[in-house]
Design a protein around this ligand. Sequence first.
Ligand SMILES: NC(=O)c1ccc[n+]([C@@H]2O[C@H](COP(=O)([O-])OP(=O)(O)OC[C@H]3O[C@@H](n4cnc5c(N)ncnc54)[C@H](OP(=O)(O)O)[C@@H]3O)[C@@H](O)[C@H]2O)c1
Length: 238
Amino acid sequence: MNILVTGISKGLGLEITRHLLESGNNIFGISRNQTEELSTLLNTHKNLNWLQYDLADSTNVKTKVFNEFIGNTPLHAFINNAAVAYDDLITNLNDEPLLSMYRVNVFTPMHIVKYCIRNMLLHNTKGSIIHISSISAHTGYKGLAMYASTKGALEAFSKNTAREWGEKGIRSNCLVVGFMETDMSSTLTPEQKNRIFQRTSLKKPVDPRSVAETVSFLTSEKSNSITGQNIFIDNGTI
Ligand SMILES: NC(=O)c1ccc[n+]([C@@H]2O[C@H](COP(=O)([O-])OP(=O)(O)OC[C@H]3O[C@@H](n4cnc5c(N)ncnc54)[C@H](OP(=O)(O)O)[C@@H]3O)[C@@H](O)[C@H]2O)c1
């Protein structure tokens, strides 16, 4: 399968990319930086293609991502993984960082979905779209209201995409992920992390491999009756 994945330079996106490559998929990956881990993957896997692109730019999605990078390749799946977190109290809200986060987390992914669906229709592909959401959109967490609102937007967008394109066999689902140990969460203190773990049944961080396995399942034919869903991978958050 040919799969477009955003945010492949580190964290969950890197894990998803590794997993999908090992299952023999062709990956079209996007990030701003080429980390050491990504360089290693690029050197060892011919089936990995990388585009350096800043997702804050929604205006060049058609030309740079679809015309120049994907070209005539039929896409079978899109994994909307890249995101940034503008975490602060609502009383400190500033327009510029809020807009910038919305561009990366919501606006550009919506443009990518637009062209993914056009690609899938052109090639008659029953494609799978997967958004990485966050448990914070459901449970709430002090300081994450603005970030969580971007994930709520994606969840609504995903459900409606599923409804709009289901008759063509195109599916759309969200993975609602709990706390993982990545760069995004690295500013939390051990006490804050412990408080998060105490709210889960399994009392530990989410394993990115568990998310990557679910992504793999959702891209495959095995999941062909699943669409419009939010699938929780959150260690059983209470
Ligand atoms: N960590 C958690 O606890 C947690 C919990 C629930 C959900 N999530 C979600 O899981 C997903 C992955 O997060 P993570 O924890 O793996 O975060 P991360 O370690 O910070 O990685 C984020 C990835 O997104 C890419 N990215 C960010 N801004 C970009 C931009 N403007 N243009 C292109 N690429 C960009 C980064 O690449 P470059 O910096 O190289 O561009 C990086 O590869 C996100 O959707 C996040 O909201 C995370």
